[in-house]
Design a protein around this ligand. Structure first.
Ligand code: SAM
Length: 266
């Protein structure tokens, strides 16, 4: 894959900030950035995480591009399941560690980890059947990344993402008034997806399903439950949120904090 250097200069500041921040996170074994354990906790215990894995389980023997996967355990898991996986993350440290994980899992022949910005990916068109992105799109310029993702997908290909959203004025006001990041890594440039972002994604793909999560089990609640290790309660709340927002009371959707995006190219 090549990158375009004039774009690199143009994007310099934000992209460089992201790369430097995440390199520090992924380089550290302890200390300030040990809070990565929070992300692992979310990954292992929440209803959303299991739901995401259920959606991934639909795919067999695919060419998968995983973007912004950090130390990409999901990418390695997919390679273990027999998929051909390419992981692209802005952090060189993350890419090295993803490569090491793949070696440890004996799947290095099925996984390539590249350090690059997804806003500059230049693979051949239609190179992938699935593009996966977990909690990373909101660190990128969606208007640049989504058209690239679309062009990289083969006909019938799927884009699957999970991202934080802010879809109502009330939620936006609450987030501004009471910002909450807990111990989780947080960069100055990241921003939750807006209604316009979701519409942009919907317009880009032939069909898009948006599934809403995190109504009661929002991050501040999850953080407190995490501290007490009340995993089962957090999982139950996550399940309740899913049914409430997506099945029983759809008007609650704009109050949810996370969405999963399941978009198909044709
Ligand atoms: C919140 S972390 C999520 C990591 C992982 N997906 C997870 O769920 O634990 C955001 C990730 O996006 C990556 N990232 C940010 N901007 C990026 C860009 N322009 N291109 C590629 N990766 C980027 C960061 O390096 C980081 O690994």
């Amino acid at each position: 894959m090549q990158t375009n250097s004039s774009h690199s200069q143009h994007l310099g500041t934000r992209i460089d900030r992201e790369a430097a921040y995440w390199d520090r996170v992924y380089d550290s074994e302890d200390g300030e950035f040990q809070n990565c354990s929070w992300m692992e906790y979310v990954e292992q215990t929440t209803f959303n995480a299991r739901y995401f894995r259920k959606l991934l389980a639909r795919f067999q023997n695919k060419r998968i591009l995983s973007i912004g996967g950090g130390i990409d355990r999901i990418g390695v898991e997919l390679a273990k399941q027999g998929h051909q996986v390419v992981c692209v993350d802005i952090s060189p440290s993350a890419s090295v560690r993803t490569g090491l994980l793949a070696e440890e899992a004996n799947v290095a022949h099925r996984l390539v980890a590249l350090a690059s910005s997804c806003e500059e990916m230049q693979f051949a068109p239609e190179s992938f059947d699935v593009v996966v992105c977990k909690r990373a799109l909101h660190h990128m310029d969606i208007r640049r990344v989504i058209p690239i993702v679309y062009s990289l997908l083969a006909e019938g290909g799927v884009f699957l993402a999970e991202e934080p959203v802010c879809l109502s004025g009330l939620v936006r006001w609450v987030h501004r008034r009471f910002p909450f990041y807990g111990d989780q890594p947080h960069t100055p440039d990241e921003k939750e997806l807006t209604f316009d972002d979701i519409r942009f994604i919907k317009n880009a793909f032939a069909s898009t399903r948006i599934i809403h999560f995190d109504l009661i089990a929002r991050e501040s609640v999850a953080y407190q439950l995490n501290k007490r290790r009340w995993n089962r309660l957090l999982h139950m709340l996550g399940r309740a949120d899913y049914y409430l927002a997506n099945r029983l009371v759809p008007p609650l959707k704009p109050l949810c904090n996370y969405v999963m995006i399941y978009a198909t190219k044709s």
